[in-house]
Design a protein around this ligand. Structure first.
Ligand code: UD1
Length: 424
């Protein structure tokens, strides 16, 4: 529902919530289910718009699916179509990796150029280059990529920069069939490692997923099985930053602290008290936090998806912090909106200087998922009421956002939807 979210700020968050499973881990695992004729069950899947979007695409390709509570059953006895059309792919960039799965399962596939969050150029050239390198013919025509497996996928892919989707693309393409591929300078994100675990469970040989070098040997046929994905480190990070911004005390259950090393280190540097166990994290905020500088980079560096949210937090911290993003140097769609809430921000040569002080409520708009997360954090810390529009972005990535915020004592409500006068 695209109804603005109203947050009355200045309430320190307090309490305990459970982190949802990682959207960015569920999506590639769902795509990987295309590789097998056998049924697959993904346990504990977050109910998010992005998941629904990918389900529509999988159903188009021939997947039958059913929900059982939070478990998602997926079954693709045969691929009915090998095209992923624009109206399905344009909503979410992550869907581009169905190309690799289609190539593996049928030897061909066509996928429209992807859409997704609009925060600067997000090309797919590295995906295409890698697929060509291992033995696919790929042509682009009218905004659609047509690919065909010319021979068994073999060789070494050396990525110019570590790309999460590109690494997953090659893993999917190779896991089924006679292929044998080594990826060098692979993305090391926990979500890639999780996909490796899933493909191994299906019967492929995957060594090194989650490190910079991944070896994949395909299997002639893959089996089925059940999989439980990792916790959402970006959602967890958002709530930790919200706790810090409101000077609160929050405990997260089902959180993996080791996936958040870079953030936890910064929060500790800022003066907050962090405790954690194997699957929980607690933040007790200091009343007098210190600023810090951050540069978002690939894992295990500071995640780009938390850069906007951390910027919102830093806008509440007295002093000057410098923020830059090596992964998406133009990822600053949240800056103009944060300024409406009184944040003092100046952007020069891709470096954002944040001079923190008190924020006030305002009417703002989220332009993508994590810019939305940033506005929520700023609104929670601000004096007075904020009205956040563009909530469809929040629904793509934050499961049960309002319920979780309210469980932590936040005051939130939805704006009244506009009622059309029936006589008009
Ligand atoms: C994934 C995440 C996204 C996150 C991003 C970076 C999912 C579904 N999405 O996106 O939330 O922000 O990782 O951590 O997991 N690049 C190219 N050419 C390509 C591919 C990528 O130049 O063909 C560049 C991108 O512009 C970017 C960098 O590589 O600068 C990393 O992007 P990538 O890791 O591919 O991001 P996604 O997989 O799209």
């Amino acid at each position: 529902m695209n109804v603005p979210l109203i947050i009355e700020g200045k309430q320190p968050l307090s309490g305990e919530i459970e982190v949802s499973p990682a959207k960015n881990a569920v999506l590639p695992v769902m795509v990987a289910s295309l590789l097998t004729k056998e049924p697959v069950t993904i346990e504990n899947v977050p109910r998010l718009r992005d998941i629904e979007v990918l389900l529509d695409l999988l159903a188009h390709l021939g997947t039958r699916y059913a929900w059982e509570g939070r478990s998602l059953h997926l079954h693709t006895p045969e691929i009915l179509r090998t095209d992923a059309p624009y109206e399905l792919v344009s909503k979410m960039r992550a869907s581009f990796i169905v190309l690799g799965a289609l190539l593996a399962r049928t030897g061909e596939g066509s996928v429209s150029m992807p859409g997704g969050c609009a925060f600067g150029p997000r090309p797919v050239d590295l995906h295409v280059k890698a697929l060509r390198k291992i033995g696919a013919e790929v042509n682009e025509e009218g905004g659609t990529f047509f690919a065909r497996r010319a021979r068994a996928f073999r060789g070494r892919v050396v990525f110019d920069i570590p790309t999460v989707g590109g690494t997953e693309q090659v893993m999917l393409a190779t896991a089924l069939g006679d292929g044998e591929v080594t990826i060098v300078n692979a993305a090391q994100e926990p979500e890639v490692e999780d996909l490796g675990r899933f493909l191994t469970m299906l019967g492929a040989t995957v060594v090194g997923a989650g490190t910079s070098q991944v070896y994949i040997r395909g299997a002639r046929a893959l089996g089925g099985g059940r999989h439980r994905v990792i916790p959402d480190r970006i959602e967890a990070g958002t709530y930790l930053l919200a706790a810090a911004a409101t000077r609160g005390r929050v405990t997260l259950q089902n959180a993996n602290p080791h996936h958040l090393d870079a953030l936890l280190d910064k929060l500790a540097e800022s003066g907050h008290r962090i405790l954690f166990g194997q699957d929980w994290i607690q933040l007790e905020a200091t009343a007098e936090p210190r600023p810090f500088n951050l540069e978002a980079r690939e894992y295990p560096g500071f995640p780009t998806d938390l850069q906007p949210v951390a910027t919102a937090y830093l806008a509440t911290v007295p002093g000057v912090s410098l923020v830059s993003d090596r992964v998406y140097p133009d990822r600053f769609t949240h800056v103009g909106e944060l300024a409406r809430m009184g944040a003092e921000l100046s952007l020069k040569d891709h470096v954002l200087a944040v001079r923190g002080h008190k924020l006030h409520g305002a009417e703002v708009r989220a332009f993508d998922i994590r810019a939305g997360g940033a506005l929520v954090v700023a609104a929670l810390a601000a004096e007075g009421e904020s009205v956040i529009a563009g909530t469809e972005h929040l629904e793509r990535g934050y499961e049960a956002l309002e319920a979780k915020l309210r469980a932590l004592g936040a005051r939130t409500r939805r704006a009244e939807p506009l009622v059309q006068d029936a006589a008009d």
